[in-house]
Ligand binder design. Structure first.
Ligand SMILES: Cc1ncc(COP(=O)(O)O)c(C=O)c1O
Length: 379
């Protein structure tokens, strides 16, 4: 059987990783400033992570959500402490798209509405509801995905969003505080505050999609925290498992109390996934990775602006977008094959996305800048 050929692949096969480096089958080393698409948070093959998962798999890796799993409770409690949010319950699933599908479902259960407000350039996943509300993925929507009425607004169109929210027709508005695939634009705090107030007044659910910008990547635990709002739902995945598939929905359970069997999953919150999730939080706290993200992010942002041909640098923390005035596809390819440096792309064809593991050191940053500089001078 051959593989269903849906991915545009680079002809490279990393078989091993360590920290922010990966190695291919020929032993060649690559600097990983892509983090496997913002997934690698504490670094490849971190010893504590490997130990926790190995120990757990030798005890029990999975049972079922029909019995008590103390690791789920430990993960929820640890997450509450490190993120400094309170008043939420945690529902565990396996991916970002699943997190958003469940969030949208909960919002619609809550107020009985079918319309959703979303942002142009937003990305929320590829499953049924999440692709339906994804502007950047419209070409990937099949007719079967058109069950939700969606109103799209630009990230700075506060009047349009507030006017639509106040009509009281929408189940939810779903927002990334910093857009990932869309190209690193950040919604202004004052816009988020106005959205939150309008949602409260019209019983519309505010969902913050923190799948990519959350879990420390922005230099705050959640990127929306800068604005001081309290969303009704927060969705998480990616950095949460450092590569182990795990996602979560943080739900204001005072507003939306749990109803038995309303949501469910076979695999979500397995023992093994929770061990991975707890190991990530251990390392984030012990190694002060959020502080490191803030510090290295500021350093890189300033230094990137000084490189040749760079037009603009967007984003914050270790979620940066370097904008040029030419399409970057060939440049990115040259970075991989000539400089041995992994970076990411975005729907903005002129923008390179920088999403390294949150544990990068000063030396890693300087090596990255040297490789970018050398790559740009040759290109
Ligand atoms: C902001 C955001 N939401 C949701 C998703 C979907 O996550 P997953 O691919 O885990 O389903 C992504 C994936 O890139 C994302 O960037």
């Amino acid at each position: 059987m051959k593989l269903y050929d849906v991915y545009a692949l680079y002809d490279i096969a990393p078989i091993r990783g360590s920290g922010c480096r990966v190695y291919d089958s020929n032993g060649k080393e690559y600097l990983d400033f892509y983090g496997g698409h913002a997934v690698i948070s504490i670094g490849h093959a971190h010893k504590h992570y490997v130990d926790m998962i190995s120990k757990q798999v030798s005890k029990i890796s999975f049972y079922s959500n029909s019995v008590v799993n103390p690791l789920q409770r430990e993960l929820a409690s640890r997450l509450e402490t490190l993120s400094r949010v309170n008043g939420y319950d945690l529902f565990l699933i396996n991916s970002g798209a699943e997190a958003n599908d469940n969030a949208l479902k909960l919002a619609s259960f809550y107020n009985g509405r079918k319309q959703v407000i979303a942002l142009t350039q937003g990305f929320h996943g590829r499953t049924s509801a999440s692709i339906n509300v994804t502007h950047t993925g419209q070409q990937h929507q099949a007719p079967i995905n058109h069950g939700i009425d969606v109103c799209y607004f630009d990230i700075d169109d506060v009047d349009g969003m507030v006017k639509e929210i106040k009509k009281g027709r929408s189940a939810a508005i779903i927002v990334e505080a910093i857009q990932g695939i869309g190209g690193l634009d950040e919604i202004e705090s004052v816009v988020l505050q106005e959205i939150a107030t309008a949602c409260e007044a019209s019983d519309t659910i505010l969902i913050m999609d923190e799948v990519q910008c959350g879990y420390g990547r922005s230099g705050d635990f959640f990127a929306y925290q800068k604005s001081g709002i309290k969303p009704d739902i927060v969705t998480i995945a990616k950095g949460m498992g450092n590569g182990f598939p795990i996602g979560g929905v943080l739900i204001d359970a005072h507003k939306m109390p749990a109803v038995k069997s309303q949501l469910g999953t076979t695999y979500g919150g397995s023992h093994l996934a929770c061990a991975a999730g707890i190991a990530v939080l251990d390392v984030m706290a012990d190694e002060k990775l959020i502080e490191n993200t803030k510090e290295k992010g500021t350093y890189l942002r300033d230094a990137l602006k000084l490189l040749p041909k760079v037009k603009n640098v967007k984003g914050r923390g270790l979620m940066l977008g370097v904008e040029f005035d030419f399409p970057i596809a060939d440049f990115r390819k040259s970075l991989i094959f000539e400089q041995r440096l992994f970076t990411g792309s975005a729907s903005n064809k002129n923008l390179v996305r920088i999403l390294p593991p949150l544990m990068i050191t000063q030396e890693d940053c300087d090596l990255f800048l040297d490789k970018m500089d050398a790559g740009l001078r040759k290109f």
